[in-house]
Design a protein around this ligand. Structure first.
Ligand code: FES
Length: 599
């Protein structure tokens, strides 16, 4: 695990990776320091004072401060690395930085990689023979030092047609476009959460940090199977499938991009950056990498950190020079969507021990806080998506999404779309099993009790037992029922997940009570009843108020990457900080799994 440094900014303690600048350290923690150059060392506004033991001044400090100020501990925050614990004073702001609330209540100070500046340039003359590019770069020396080749194809004409009044568009430190006139108020980015099932696209206004439009749709790869293993298998069986899967992912992203651009009144050429969070398989497929090695032991990805990716590599309609930020994965089964989710939920900044669980066919689990993080993946199977459940269905109209026992001991069902129930989705399944267990209709091993016993322990529910074929079932409503096998499926899924977090806790020398909060990521987490999740042992029994639905944190992380280069860097730093625990390696996994099956 990387070394950390304890800092205090105006008496507020923060813990940051060793070696980051004080400017970045403050910004990551939502503390604003004055700046107009964004940390490039040119504005000299990022004044901070070390209350004790200031580090040696840099050559820029010597130019920015008087010797008395240097003596007094004043330094430029963007030039000073955090190498030892320090108590630092940050003066009140003279300019108000723009900030946006993203992720799980995270305040992000706006510092996108994409920046625009309006320029009124001197026209060339015999006395000023600078080339067109030199002329532009000279005017934005604090922003960019190089240019994309494509800029030069139109630069000369653009400058002259616009009377040398142009807007420079910079991505990181590279000039990517020069536009006629003042377009500084028009800069957009597209954030994608590329899920195996659902894909969400958000169009972000990079000048304000606010979403201009959001849309979601099912991943068009669905016909190739519901989960990543099915899709990888498809590529192994048919050499043409990988190409088709790529096309379908690109089509999905393109449709979403077009929809949000239209809704937001934005031309694709005004989208200068794209961020994408997805699991390792989705990223392999959309970029055209062979996913086979991800699907078979020892589960190896083509790359963890990717070379520069352009929006055009993802097939997304955007400015031709737009870059794409693709979140890196920890491993084949803890992907970039989890890296993005950890960023959005601030797992690496919070001193509390928290548990992050993203429930799906493959369930990703991360435990820890700002000092340490460990992660694992548990094969939960498709029960929560309704795939292996007799009356299972997706969370769509007609699905029973919640089940409670009423005061008179009967059942109350909540159905999506307020229609006749046609099936049971994941959250309804968890509720139904928890309700049956609470009513005493299941024994500890998960088996239905006999009808005679049921008439004694829960008379209002006993009549719901029936036999379909040779199987005993519990009827929820009309044709929707829960079979003994369904309960077994849920037991397997919850046991895999519970084994995962218990192993992480034990490895850290902790118990359930040490967990201060559970964050349930993803859409399933939003619908799951905390009470039922605790009842069946899916999450630690730490009280319902501490079980938090974190929402679409992968998409939120992608938005943060567009709005803040510092948060983007923090996501990369996570790769170094998270220790991965492989469950399939553990000789004790099976015994523990069996122990977790009971309710
Ligand atoms: S932020 Fe501008 S000089 Fe430090």
């Amino acid at each position: 695990m990387s070394q950390r440094v304890d800092l205090r900014f105006n008496d507020r303690p923060v813990r940051v990776p060793h070696g980051v600048t004080l400017f970045d350290a403050a910004s990551w923690n939502g503390i604003a320091i004055d700046s107009t150059c964004g940390g490039h060392g040119t504005c000299k506004k990022c004044r901070v004072r070390f209350k004790t033991d200031p580090p040696a001044p840099t050559s820029l400090d010597v130019r920015a401060y008087t010797s008395a100020e240097i003596q007094d501990g004043w330094r430029l925050a963007c030039r000073t690395a955090a190498t030892t614990d320090a108590d630092v004073e940050v003066p009140p702001l003279t300019t108000r930085p723009k900030a946006a609330t993203v992720g799980v209540g995270r305040q992000v100070i706006l510092r996108p990689a994409v920046r625009k500046r309006y320029l009124e340039l001197d026209e060339p003359s015999l006395a000023d023979q600078a080339t067109d590019l030199e002329r532009v770069l000279r005017a934005i020396s604090d922003l960019a030092e190089k240019a994309d080749l494509a800029v030069l194809r139109t630069l000369s004409r653009t400058l002259r047609d616009a009377d040398f009044k142009v807007t420079a568009v910079v991505s990181d430190d590279t000039l990517i476009a020069v536009e006629p006139g003042d377009t500084t108020q028009r800069a957009f980015g597209l954030a994608f959460d590329l899920g195996t099932t659902t894909v969400v696209g958000t169009l972000l206004d990079l000048t304000t940090g606010t979403p201009a439009a959001v849309a979601s749709m099912l991943n068009k790869q669905q016909p190739f199977g519901a989960d990543v293993i099915a899709r990888i298998s498809a590529t192994m069986l048919d050499p043409a499938a990988a190409g088709k899967l790529r096309e379908l992912a690109v089509e999905t992203l393109t449709e979403l991009a077009s929809a949000v651009c239209e809704e937001g009144g934005v031309r694709p050429a005004e989208v200068y950056e794209v961020a994408l969070a997805g699991n390792a398989t989705m990223v392999h497929l959309v970029l055209g990498f062979d996913p086979e090695a991800v699907g078979v032991a020892p589960f190896i990805m083509a790359a963890r950190l990717l070379p520069e990716v352009r929006a055009s590599d993802l097939g997304v309609p955007a400015h031709p020079q737009a870059r794409a930020v693709v979140f890196p994965a920890f491993g084949a089964y803890v992907g970039g969507d989890i890296t993005a989710g950890l960023l959005a939920s601030g797992m690496d900044r919070d001193p509390r021990v928290r548990l992050f669980i993203d429930i799906g066919t493959n369930c990703e689990i991360v435990l820890g806080g700002r000092d340490w993080l460990t992660a694992t993946a548990a094969p939960a199977g498709p029960a929560f998506e309704g795939a292996s459940i007799r009356c299972g269905m997706r969370a769509a109209d007609g699905a029973i999404e919640a089940v409670t026992v009423t005061g008179d001991g009967d059942l109350k069902l909540t159905v999506i779309g307020d229609t006749e129930p046609t099936g049971l989705c994941g959250s309804g399944l968890v509720d139904a099993v928890a309700a049956l267990a609470d009513a005493g209709l299941l024994d500890a091993s998960g088996r239905f009790i006999t009808e005679d016993e049921a008439r004694i322990v829960a008379p209002a529910l006993a009549a719901r037992f029936a036999t379909i074929g040779k199987e005993r079932v519990f009827v929820l409503s009309g044709s929707v029922y829960l079979s003994q096998r369904d309960i077994r499926e849920l037991q397997f899924a919850k046991a895999a997940i519970a084994t995962g977090w218990r192993i992480l806790l034990e490895d850290a020398g902790l118990t359930e009570e040490d967990v201060k909060q559970v964050l349930l990521a993803g859409s399933f987490g939003s619908y799951l009843s905390a009470k039922s999740a605790i009842r069946i042992g899916l999450v630690p029994g730490i009280g319902t108020r501490r079980i938090i639905a974190a929402g679409n944190v992968a998409g939120e992380g992608a938005k943060m990457a567009l709005l803040s280069v510092r948060d983007r860097a923090a996501a990369l730093a996570l790769l170094e900080e998270v220790r991965y625990v492989e469950l399939s390696d553990r000789s004790d996994f099976n015994d523990r799994f069996i122990a977790e099956l009971s309710f």
